[in-house]
Design a protein around this ligand. Structure first.
Ligand code: VTB
Length: 331
């Protein structure tokens, strides 16, 4: 007789996790355009923490965003969940795009991912990584170490397109000057985004967005979250840690990090048994943001389960009169 391993996830945890990202979005959405990143982040983190407590899991935060921006955070190593099985690693980015949210711009989302214990890459205090991400059609042809033009050619070939019809998405940062010149030199189209490279990585796996490949240096927490989502959606991401200066490089080496090593998607999250949820905070290409009404609010979320590859879109109406009676969060 087969004995069930209770320590492994057996249910679709993502359907519980979506309550976590919904709560973060509902809390943070009130701060849209109010110019206060910290207050928005605090609201998202607080709501996330409260709902995470109710999820059936024994979780350890491996990726708790906030270190780089000194924002309020769910701390690395913090225990979350109600302590029951399964044992899992948890990655959170309560707001990917605090700046766009604070200034009333597009594409801010709340995200969370869960995978079996000890399967997520822990980047420690090293905040940046090179990334290249693609959807399922171009899985297996990218190489974060190869010249940009080679990657673009390979992705175009895999998708049966001309390179001129390929669209790369890149964070708009001075550090990407050379990268942008190379993309232009290769003849590909380019989208530049102010923030939000988790959403950008997801777009590569959604043909309707028209985005083929994400390239550039972005946050490591966002890289691990994107890896969880893309692993589940059948796409691919590769990374390589990026040190901002000699001192950071030396510190990393001392701590045992290899800045030359290609981090495959399996290095970033080694299990396919991964769950990912995201909720729109401001309107975006992937999801609509939170809409507030007199006694309710509406959210739109994406829920993905790696084992089955099922992608669900969930629109929810949240009723304040009911929720405020029973929830620890006062909406
Ligand atoms: C990205 C982006 C985030 O950080 O990872 C980026 O997805 C990288 O860092 O929304 P810099 O902003 O310092 O370039 C964010 O912009 C915010 O943490």
């Amino acid at each position: 007789m087969e004995i069930e391993d209770k320590r492994k996830p057996t249910r679709n945890l993502a359907l519980e996790l979506v309550r976590v990202t919904e709560a973060a979005a509902l809390g943070a959405g009130r701060f849209m355009g109010r110019g206060n990143k910290e207050a928005a982040d605090a609201a998202a983190v607080e709501a996330m923490r409260l709902i995470l407590k109710t999820v059936d899991m024994d979780g350890v935060i491996v990726i708790g965003e906030g270190e780089k921006d000194r924002a309020p955070m769910l701390f690395n190593g913090e225990r979350v969940g109600n302590g029951s099985y399964p044992d899992v690693d948890v990655a959170v980015d309560p707001i990917d795009g605090t700046r766009p949210l604070a200034y009333g711009r597009l594409n801010a989302i709340a995200t969370v991912a869960v995978a079996p214990r000890d399967t997520m890459f822990n980047p420690g205090p090293f905040v940046y990584m090179h990334k290249i991400a693609v959807g399922p059609e171009a899985k297996g042809v990218i190489n974060v170490d190869a010249p940009v033009v080679d990657n673009l050619r390979a992705v175009a070939k895999a998708k049966g397109k001309k390179i001129e019809d390929l669209t790369a998405i890149v964070l708009d940062r001075p550090r990407h000057k050379e990268l942008i010149a190379e993309i232009r030199g290769a003849g590909a189209r380019l989208r530049q985004i102010p923030d939000g490279d988790v959403a950008a990585a997801l777009m590569t796996a959604m043909p309707e967005t028209g985005i083929d490949v994400l390239i550039g240096i972005g946050g490591t927490p966002e890289g691990v979250l994107a890896a969880c989502a893309l692993h589940a959606m059948g796409g691919e991401i590769q990374g390589k840690l990026y040190a901002r200066n000699e001192e950071e490089m030396a510190r990393g080496r001392e701590a045992g990090y290899d800045f030359d090593r290609v981090l495959t998607m399996y290095d970033l999250v080694s299990s396919e048994d991964v769950f990912f949820a995201a909720t729109g905070i401001t309107d975006g290409e992937l999801m609509r943001g939170v809409k507030y009404f007199s006694n309710s609010a509406r959210t739109e979320s994406l829920v993905v389960r790696g084992l089955t590859g099922t992608v669900r879109w969930i629109t929810a109406t949240h009723r304040w009169d009911k929720l405020n009676e029973m929830s620890a969060i006062q909406y």
